[in-house]
Design a binder for this molecule. Structure first.
Ligand SMILES: Cc1ncc(C[n+]2csc(CCOP(=O)(O)OP(=O)(O)O)c2C)c(N)n1
Ligand SMILES: [Mg+2]
Length: 349
């Protein structure tokens, strides 16, 4: 099938929007923290890619390398009492809230020291203290849960919000449209974060939907929305700040669509240019030039807030911490059979 030209006004063309970010007047510490966290997430996921390639991880891992700006930009505006829900590609969503990658490694390796006590693996992550209420592999499965959590927050009269991360493929599930409708009619404070990486598994959005613009569903439900470059962490931070501030004041739901691209294939470490999909090595190379980390780092270097040596040092430090955490998680014990009853099927909380 021939791919149609999409209608995302250049946002899906990797050759556009690849310049350094506009950071004038932005807080230097915030920029450094975001750069640091994006690099951490990238290196952690690259370690997972190696672990999976080498047969050390039992289940599949869905990597979001290239998409780090989204969770980092959004999470900067969140509190630990907010309620965040993810899906099958959610390492970044959790690490943006809690960077404890040792516990993520342990979870993915099925060890009892993991975020979900080794019972969930890569696609069932949970860390309530940081606000991460959970991820599940059922595409769109957590979207109605996020609406429910937002309705609960509203009843509790807190200014907490819920966040539902979902992909461009997830909006093809009917429950997402029920969720948009219910959230709007109930004025539930939930932010729908659409990571439009243009693909669902191996199929491009223009082959699956009549328009590549997912935020058209916000218009249909009278939900305020923004459609922006998902590889521009500064824009993501600012755009989501505005929507979230309004939500905390009672404005009801909002939607933000972020156009981005994943460097790896749908699952595991391969690049998926060999499975009959319309995805070429050239596309991947072009998107690498629009790397969200590189663009922020270049802008900061230009503004004298950062330098290449500092970045090399940070990277070396991260890589060495990641190696130690990986080794520690590898040597941790698996959960014992009795804990299955304790944590999975038990009535105990
Ligand atoms: C209900 C359901 N249908 C199908 C699948 C298989 N599946 C897993 S991921 C995926 C694609 C999801 O695409 P998208 O929402 O765009 O997220 P992305 O993988 O691009 O991050 C599909 C179809 C599933 N896990 N759950
Ligand atoms: Mg997708």
């Amino acid at each position: 099938m021939q791919r149609k030209k999409d209608d995302l006004k250049g946002l899906s063309d990797p050759k556009q929007y690849h310049d350094p970010l506009l950071i004038e007047g932005k807080d230097a510490n915030t920029l450094k923290m975001m750069l640091n966290r994006m690099l951490l997430i990238r290196r952690v996921e690259q370690q997972l890619a190696i672990g999976r390639r080498d047969g050390l991880i039992g289940g599949p891992v869905h990597l979001g390398v290239g998409q780090e700006a989204i969770a980092v930009g959004i999470s900067h505006n969140l509190k630990t009492t907010d309620r965040v829900f993810g899906g099958h590609r959610s390492h970044s969503h959790l690490l943006a809230l809690n960077p404890d990658f040792y516990r993520l490694f342990a979870e993915v390796l099925g060890k009892e020291t993991g975020f979900s006590k080794g019972m969930g693996g890569s696609m069932h992550l949970y860390d309530k203290p940081s606000g991460f209420y959970g991820s599940v592999p059922i595409v769109a499965g957590t979207v109605p849960l996020a609406v429910g959590a937002a309705m609960a927050a509203k009843l509790q009269k807190e200014d907490d919000i819920a966040v539902a991360y979902l992909g461009d493929g997830a909006v093809e599930e009917g429950v997402v449209h029920e969720s948009f409708n219910l959230a709007k009619i109930q004025k539930a404070p939930v932010l729908f974060v659409i990571e439009n990486n243009l693909f669902a598994s191996h199929m491009h959005i223009s082959l699956r939907q009549p328009s590549s613009v997912v935020s058209r569903f916000a218009i249909a439900n009278d939900i305020p929305y923004k459609l922006i470059d998902g590889n521009d962490v500064v824009d993501i931070l600012e755009a989501s700040k505005e929507l979230i501030n309004d939500m905390r004041k009672g404005a009801g739901p909002a939607l933000i669509e972020l156009v981005t691209y994943r460097w790896y294939g749908h699952v595991d470490w391969r690049d998926d240019v060999d499975v009959g999909v319309d995805r070429s090595l050239d596309d991947i190379e072009n998107w690498k030039a629009r790397d969200p980390i590189l663009r922020l780092s270049q802008a900061m270097i230009k503004a004298d807030l950062w330098d290449v040596e500092k970045e090399k040092m940070l990277d070396r430090k991260l890589k060495s911490e990641i190696q130690s955490a990986w080794a520690r998680a590898m040597s941790d014990p698996y959960p014992t059979p009795d804990t299955t009853l304790k944590y999975v099927y038990s009535k105990n909380k």
